[in-house]
Design a protein around this ligand. Sequence first.
Ligand code: FAD
Length: 358
Amino acid sequence: MSEATKTPAAGGRASAKKELPEHLKAYKHVWVFVEQERGHTHPVSWELMGAGRVLADKLGVDLAAVVVGAKNDDTQAVVRETFCYGADLCYFVADDILKDYRNESYTKALTDLVNTYKPEILLLGATTLGRDLAGSVATTLLTGLTADCTALDVDAEGSLAATRPTFGGSLLCTIFTLNYRPQMATIRPRVMPMPDRVTKPIGRVVEHPLGLVEDDIVTKVLAFLPDRDSSKSNLAFADVVVAGGLGLGSPENFQLVRQLAGVIGAEYGCSRPLVQKGWVSSDRQIGQTGKTIRPKLYIAAGISGAIQHRVGVEGADYILAINTDKNAPIYDFAHLGVVGDAVRLLPALTEAFSKRLS
Ligand code: FAD
């Protein structure tokens, strides 16, 4: 139900905004759904608090956090934390039924909150949970949802401008939900900068009942098995990332990336063709259809710097590129470029760091 789209270059709306029906005019304020599981908050929630603050300030409205979970100290701590990330108030649905995520109960909690307190914008992380929840909440509320956004803004008329890649990533498209409320969007982790945490006393908390009993819910949680797979990547949140591309020439040479990453305590990643060739697992792919990263240092070896790769790495503080082609696009946005053969340079770096760090 998102009605108007435009590419930024095209400018102007494809369809005009209608006068909002009377019952939708009451929708005000920006909300961020704070994703937490057993007291552990997904960092994207705080990134969205930062983005939500910008939108709320532009609109001159409040920024509210929404916390849904079990009635216990862990969830209370998450509520307190929302104020440290800029919440003006926090809507809180606490019920032991909500201890584990289930679509039915969380959809009920969030849609009831929206119908009661009427936010004009509702943001969720584009995580597994956030994507599942946002879709069912938008469908239940009969409103628009722009999924997997990479940028957010409000236009001159105060509508949410939600930008996301489209046509296989060849275009960026800005989507408006002009005639329905709330305007909903999911945003990819690490796309928005993490705001500073400021120690603050707890602010206004609005508690709301769930209005469900266990028998109302079809899905049952039989066991909770935490994901303990340590081989899984933590690319999105790593401080240092070393990545390799097709320029490495073979899966054997990709080991040079892993070795350097191992020595300097970095995560390793790759460009998309290496995943497509089966050299590296898909959770290591960096870029538009992979992970977005924001490390302090990004070392890219044998990667050309195509736009679909660039969008995933340009939030890095410092980019070091190693490429044999001095005209490679990666040099347009790298902070330091070494024109040379990565297959020779990577082992030399690994050896130098091993000596220095041993
Ligand atoms: P290439 O473009 O082939 O570049 C290899 C580079 O290595 C060249 O610049 C070359 O000069 C250099 N080189 C060669 N030999 C050496 C050597 N010995 N030492 C050092 N340098 C050397 N790509 C992504 O990465 N992530 C994505 O998420 C992503 N999503 C996409 C989504 C869509 C819809 C589409 C259409 C494409 C997507 N791509 C993505 C692919 C992207 O367009 C590029 O094709 C890809 O990033 C190129 O990978 P590469 O840089 O490893 O390979």
